[in-house]
Each structure stands twice: as C-alpha cells, then as structure tokens.
Ligand binder design. Structure first.
Ligand SMILES: C[S@@+](CC[C@H](N)C(=O)[O-])C[C@H]1O[C@@H](n2cnc3c(N)ncnc32)[C@H](O)[C@@H]1O
Length: 390
C-alpha cells in the first residue's frame, strides 16, 4: 500500500502505563476500534483522523501512518523492499529525511545499520527516478520514517508528528525537573478529575500539571499552539482540511471558571510557569502562589491535588525521606476532604507519606520508573501529631 486510502493502519505511541488512557481518548474522538499494544495503540483511519490524533490526543507521543509490511530476512531483502516503495507518492525528494529503526531480529540486529540501509534505499529510489537526492537531517527532518523489524517482518511507517507531541508549542521547558507533558495529561485523565472542581499542584515547577489541567477543563487541544507537524511535508497534505479541523477545535473550546492553582517555593520556575500560562490562558485564570507548601493553608476546603514533588536531591538539609514524611503529615492535617495523586520516582521516600494509597500505578517519567499513588484524605487519615511536621 503506497497511496493513502480511506482506511490506513495508524500506530500511536505513548508512555508505559498510558495505553488504556490513550485508547479512551481515541474512542472519545470517534474511533470505533483500538488495539492496545505495549507503549502504543493501533487503529485504522484516514488522513483526517491522523490530523485529529495529532491535535487532540493528550497522551500520544507520536502518530504513525503504516506504509507497508514486507518480509526481510537479510539486509538485501530490506534494501529491495525499501527500494520498491513508490516514495515519490508520499513526499518530494526535496524534503529532508531521517530514519528511525527498532529491530528485534537475528539477521538485522543493529538499528543504526538498519537505519542506514533504509536511508540508502530511499535516497537511491529518488536519485534513480527523479535525479534528486534527499538530504538527511537528523535534528529536524521534514520527513521521519520509522522501521520496525520483528524477526523477518518489516513494518514501515511515516511519523506524521515529527518531533514528539509533548512539544505542545506553548511551553518553555525550564523547570528544575519538569514532568513530561504527556505524563501530566495522563495522570490527570487517570485521576478521573471532573474538570469542574478545584485542582491544585502545590509544587508545580514550571506549571506542567496546572497547564494540562486547564487545557483539559476548557477543551483546548494540547497542540493547538504548535505549528510543526511532519504531515505538513507530505505529498498529500491538505491544508484546507487541517485548517477546518483547527477551526472546529477552536469553536469547541469552552471557557470555564474551574479553579486551578499552582504553587512553588522557587520564584524563578514560577516566572517560567507564568510565561507558559500566558500563551494558553491569556485571561490569567490559573492562579500561582510563591510559598513554602509547609507554611500555607489549603486554598480551598476540598479539591484534588495532583503533584510531582522533588526527587533526587536534598532540600534545605532535609533528607528526601524526611521531606516525603513531612508532605504526608501536611496532607493528613490540613488537606482533609482532598484527594491527592502524588507521582514520584522516589519509591522508598514515597512510602514515608504514611497514608494508605488507595491506588498505586506504575508509570515512567522518561527513563525514571515512578509510582502514582492516590490518597483520599479524611478525618481518620490522621495518625501523627501536628508537631511532627512543624
Ligand atoms: C519535580 S519538581 C516539579 C516539576 C513540575 N511538575 C513541572 O512540570 O515543572 C518539584 C518542585 O517542587 C518545588 N518545591 C520543593 N520544595 C517545596 C516546598 N517546600 N514548597 C513548595 N514547592 C517546593 C521545587 O521548587 C520544584 O519546582
């Protein structure tokens, strides 16, 4: 299959643990059937669906169009398979390219070598059929090709997103340890937050969690501010269709008065957070405060806390375990009637919170294995004396 048809196989990658959330997102935008894979899902659809996936899916890393599948027992088979694709129908030889490979095969073991072979096949195709040699650009290619080799089966894809979709297009990624935007969106969706009640991140850094919550509550597509998508460089790019999809998405934005607050002890990261918020929330509805969480009262009598407390460092001479114990005590004493979702890669320190997690979910923030724990805080949650955290 070389040309885009009405029904193409579409692969969408995500982070570990967010597969079911991504599936739900797809069903919500009208897709009928979704197959859940490891760190990915698969569905079928047309070019319109590919555009919508890039715009609407909060937990998608990248959206891939399957071009073809072939049997490639060795490097010669691979070269011939690639050389036989009518690449010109997909993109022009004047576009720059980059190839990314994943291999799980006895004969094609090395992904770098496979990438090279695929690149050679594409470049030779264009040179022989059009006389033009596509340039390779590993940093920011116009066209990204993805090759997945499993035993003798080679699946070939075009990456329609290009750079990963956590580049939302609005954010300055300068916090000390920002949580991946896709992960932040995934946590909020997993939490089942109703998009109406108070949401608070008391250690918000550059504001990824409040920003994702605000976009969700107001039905703002996550990449509405992003210009770069690789599909815009495809031969079949339909600018009118893309603009219609954007216009429709803008019409569906509904400004709510949902109360979303962020707080951080570090004024510098809050300045970045404010710059980020200005781009998605010009009316300044997300409120930021600059305080030590342990010194302030809850901003409301009830709500949902979603937060990614510090990890991997010492704070004001506090051991990280002591920090998490203090955090647990603060929640127990001051945040009754709240539900708190805490994500951290400090797995031992997390146990020091001293509240019984109602749910424990394994997720990854980049390479770091994390736990997302849910705590419902109510009167009986209190186990220690207030003085313990003062
Ligand atoms: C892992 S980072 C949070 C990153 C954030 N989710 C983001 O995406 O940018 C932890 C944050 O906790 C803040 N922090 C540390 N101790 C704090 C305290 N006592 N009160 C409030 N914030 C604190 C740090 O300044 C840092 O920004």
């Amino acid at each position: 299959m070389n040309k885009m048809t009405k029904s193409n196989k579409i692969l969408i990658k995500t982070l570990f643990g967010l597969e079911e959330t991504l599936k739900d997102e797809l069903l919500n935008i009208g897709v009928k059937s979704v197959k859940v894979l490891n760190r990915a899902v698969e569905t079928e659809g047309d070019i319109e669906l590919i555009y919508k996936c890039n715009l609407y899916l909060r937990t998608a890393l990248a959206v891939y169009l399957k071009i073809d599948t072939g049997i490639t027992k060795n490097q010669n088979d691979l070269y011939d398979f690639i050389r036989a694709i009518k690449w010109q129908e997909l993109f022009s030889g004047h576009k720059s390219i980059a190839v990314e490979a994943f291999t799980n095969s006895k004969t094609l073991k090395h992904s770098r070598f496979t990438e090279q072979k695929v690149k050679d096949g594409i470049v030779d195709y264009f040179r022989d059929t059009t006389g033009v040699r596509p340039q390779v650009n590993l940093e920011r290619p116009d066209i990204k090709i993805y090759v997945h080799i499993n035993n003798n089966t080679c699946s070939l894809y075009l990456n329609s997103s290009g750079t990963p979709l956590y580049y939302r297009g609005y954010n300055k990624r300068t916090g000390k340890a920002p949580v991946n935007d896709i992960l932040a969106a995934g946590i909020i969706l997993i939490s089942g937050w109703d998009k109406k009640s108070f949401l608070y991140d008391p250690m918000c850094g550059c504001g990824t969690i409040p920003a994702e919550a605000y976009m969700l509550a107001n039905n703002i597509p996550p990449t509405i501010n992003r210009n770069y998508f690789s599909f815009k460089n495809w031969q079949n790019y339909d600018n009118k269709l893309w603009e219609n999809i954007i216009e429709e998405a803008k019409r569906k934005i509904n400004k709510t008065n949902t109360k979303i607050y962020g707080n951080d002890i570090d004024n510098k990261v809050l300045q970045d957070a404010q710059i980020n918020f200005n781009r998605i929330d010009p009316e300044n509805k997300i409120k930021l405060t600059n305080s030590d969480f342990f010194d302030i009262e809850p901003p409301d009598t009830q709500g949902t806390i979603i937060s990614n407390p510090p990890y991997g460092m010492r704070f004001n001479d506090l051991d990280i375990k002591e920090f998490y114990k203090k955090l647990g005590d603060k929640l127990k004493f001051d945040y009754r009637n709240y539900v708190a979702w805490i994500i951290s890669s400090e797995l031992d320190a997390l146990k020091m919170i001293g509240l019984r997690p109602e749910k424990k979910i394994v997720l990854f923030n980049g390479p770091l294995e994390c736990k997302l724990n849910k705590y419902s805080i109510y009167e009986g949650s209190k186990k220690t004396n207030r003085k313990d955290y003062k």
